[in-house]
Design a protein around this ligand. Sequence first.
Ligand SMILES: Nc1ncnc2c1ncn2[C@@H]1O[C@H](COP(=O)(O)OP(=O)(O)OP(=O)(O)O)[C@@H](O)[C@H]1O
Ligand SMILES: [Mg+2]
Length: 237
Amino acid sequence: MRSIVQFSAVSRLYGSRRALENVDLTLEPGELAFLVGPSGAGKTTLLKLINREIRPSSGEVWVAGFAAHQLKKSRVAQLRRRVGVVFQDYKLLPRLNAMENVAFGLQVGDLRISEDEARDRSLDALEAVGLGDRAGALPHQLSGGQQQRVAVARAVVAQPPLLIADEPTGNLDLETAWGIMDLFEDIAAWGTAVLVATHNVEIVTRLQRRVLTLVDGRLVRDQPAGQTGRMAWLATS
Ligand SMILES: Nc1ncnc2c1ncn2[C@@H]1O[C@H](COP(=O)(O)OP(=O)(O)OP(=O)(O)O)[C@@H](O)[C@H]1O
Ligand SMILES: [Mg+2]
């Protein structure tokens, strides 16, 4: 099977600061993996490379068959359609209701669908994250956990093969965070690969999924699912 993400000898500098150094990794379709490590380790940088927000200083980044490391600006939208993104602070549009925010996820890239279909698919996605009855609510009328559910629905409504999430539970209490992680497990079970950067040790330890550990820009550990032991990086985070 073809990997959905492949990094080959990837380094990324910001000026003279090395944020990632010689990273090799692959992520397979439908795989759920956590990306952990102390603050400043390079987690956000790695996710931004996948989404072609930035390009590597050296090495190759392949995402869903696209050479993200050399992708032309004009083709970035095609890549983005295949990569759903979830952020810590939800990033919903405040004047659009939940359904309209989700429909926004269908407006990226080369997808062409009618308004009616966009509405139907958005309502289906809201249903799938347990918010079928709040489609008309504005973001400020929803709790943090509900807003993040809307953001997850927006990220997956176009059925991308890959979802990346940067500290998606960073603003949520543990119980609410579990609800979001359950959604990610469902999404992976449907066949979308999911890569989640997180500091939430309790969740990472309990879920026993694959764990990639970055320290000072280096991928120092890649623990397969079921072998998540003590989080050594905790001592330095
Ligand atoms: N735009 C930038 N300009 C300069 N340096 C940057 C920039 N973005 C990140 N860095 C540096 O690159 C390194 C990696 O940062 P990154 O944001 O990827 O870490 P992180 O693992 O996501 O940390 P956190 O857990 O705090 O979110 C850090 O040393 C950071 O200061
Ligand atoms: Mg970060």
